[in-house]
Design a protein around this ligand. Structure first.
Ligand SMILES: [Zn+2]
Ligand SMILES: [Zn+2]
Length: 171
């Protein structure tokens, strides 16, 4: 298994324009905050595939692919729920072609893989992470897990006007 790396020096590939190379890397992955919950990549890292192509004019076209099984709570019932996320991200860095063609993850030839991987993972998340599509969530009044007790119900609230009446002291 490859040693864990946070960044990658593209210069050492010594690519001339039009050439490409792929690398299999183990990259550190930080826990992710999402909708007030925390999702953790197992082992804090992931195997990733990096494709590097040298464009004409000393630029780079980059592609980063990985799959990770995040661990964390269901957003409805807070029980354990996993989410397998597949990431396929691309970056272009073309010096002299304007700011929109510069990659924020590339500093000279040094690629900040850890930051790119974290951002790409955040963008690939589903709208919600749930233990199952039909998760019933928690009772809004008492917090009971409705998956374990689908019949769960409360007595209707007493009419607040009656509560007011019972506070009246009648002499
Ligand atoms: Zn759930
Ligand atoms: Zn309840």
């Amino acid at each position: 298994m490859a040693a864990r790396t946070d960044s990658y020096d593209l210069g050492r590939l010594r690519l001339s324009s039009g050439e490409g190379r792929s690398a299999e890397l183990t990259v550190a992955l930080d826990p992710l905050r999402f909708a007030e919950e925390t999702y953790v990549p197992p082992g804090g890292e992931s195997e990733m595939r990096l494709d590097v192509s040298r464009t004409t004019g000393n630029g780079y076209a980059l592609r980063l692919r990985f799959a990770v099984a995040l661990e964390g709570p269901c957003m409805r019932c807070l029980e354990n729920a996993g989410a397998r996320i597949e990431v396929d991200a691309r970056e272009v860095d073309q010096p002299g072609a304007g700011d929109e063609l510069r990659s924020p993850y590339l500093d000279d030839q040094e690629l900040d893989l850890r930051t790119w991987a974290r951002d790409a993972l955040a963008l690939a998340l589903p709208a919600q992470i749930v233990c199952s599509e039909d998760c019933l969530g928690l009772c809004p009044r008492c917090g009971a897990n409705l998956n374990e007790d689908p019949e769960h119900a409360h007595e209707p609230e007493p009419d607040p006007r009656w509560a007011k009446l019972s506070e009246l002291k009648l002499d």
